[in-house]
Design a binder for this molecule. Structure first.
Ligand code: NAP
Length: 258
């Protein structure tokens, strides 16, 4: 449930420490560092069996024509030095032809270049259109901005994921408002559980079985703190204290993006 982000560029040794601690879900994108992030992921994962990892990358909307998706994926695979991805996403919707993009992603599943396909920064309307464009596959995940300061996906994108058996992936999961009472609640739970407030925040975000989070950490202590969230099951009382301290608000306007 807790993976590793890699934006704008990750640290090879931090990624390896994360993998050793079980954070084998690694999220990257051709955009990050103009391909450099994918290259560092490639170096980091080299010692590990490919099947022990869950590798995700994303195509830029500007490359997301039917043929462009295939070319972008080939470049990504070369940079990461792997034969296939576990999930390949369109990074955000953009102005391109969504039907062509989704069919291009389906071609890549058929050709064994990725085991599944997904989207990022899609609201339920975009999701409906993207799903309707698919002929054989279904949307495996939607990656969105979700953290203690931005909980509106809980009432929009998370229900879509439930209805369609998709994963709901939180990016920028460590973002939260500077809120002194909230910080106190996290610190108290963290102290009682022997983890950091960030681990408590992550455990809250993945409390739903469809949810995943991909914190990025270049600092080893941060990697270790984030990995601890994977084993942390918060009690109902702890969940409701966090819910009260960082309340979900109604969305005004479009799905926020980072
Ligand atoms: P984030 O993971 O919420 O925060 C990263 C920052 O938090 C870094 O400064 C990191 O510092 C620090 N940090 C990490 N673990 C910590 C801990 N345990 N305690 C205290 N500080 C900690 O934000 P993000 O990088 O924006 O998002 C995560 C990943 O989501 C990205 O790396 C990327 O893969 C993905 N993403 C996707 C999209 C999209 O449009 N799909 C957009 C944004 C991000 P150090 O590095 O120094 O450890």
């Amino acid at each position: 449930m807790i993976g590793q982000g890699t934006w704008p560029v990750p640290d090879r040794d931090a990624l390896r420490r994360g993998i050793e601690l079980g954070m084998t879900h690694i999220d990257t994108a051709e955009m990050y560092g103009n391909g450099r992030s994918e290259e560092i992921v490639g170096e980091a994962i080299a010692p590990y069996p490919r099947e022990s990892l869950f590798l995700v990358s994303k195509v830029l909307p500007s490359n997301a024509t039917r043929a462009g998706v295939a070319r972008a994926c080939e470049r990504t695979l070369r940079r990461m030095r792997v034969d296939y991805l576990d999930c390949y996403l369109i990074h955000w919707r953009g102005d391109g032809d969504l039907v062509a993009t989704m069919r291009g992603l389906e071609d890549l599943v058929r050709d064994g270049k990725t085991r599944s396909l997904g989207v990022s920064n899609f609201d339920p309307w975009d999701l409906r259109e993207a799903a309707a464009a698919l002929e054989r596959e279904s949307i495996a995940c939607n990656q969105v901005l979700y953290n203690l300061g931005q909980r509106t996906p809980e009432t929009h994108e998370l229900p879509w994921a439930h209805e369609h058996g998709a994963a709901f992936v939180a990016y920028t999961p460590l973002g939260r408002p500077k809120n002194a009472p909230g910080a106190r609640v996290l610190a108290e739970i963290a102290g009682a559980r022997g983890v950091t407030p960030e681990a408590v925040a992550l455990a809250f975000l993945v409390r739903d079985p469809s949810s995943f989070a991909i914190p990025k950490a270049n600092t080893l202590a941060h990697v270790e703190a984030n990995a601890a969230a994977g084993d942390l099951e918060l009690s109902a009382a702890e969940l409701s204290a966090i819910d009260a301290a960082y309340p979900a608000r109604e969305r005004i306007g479009p799905l926020p993006m980072n």
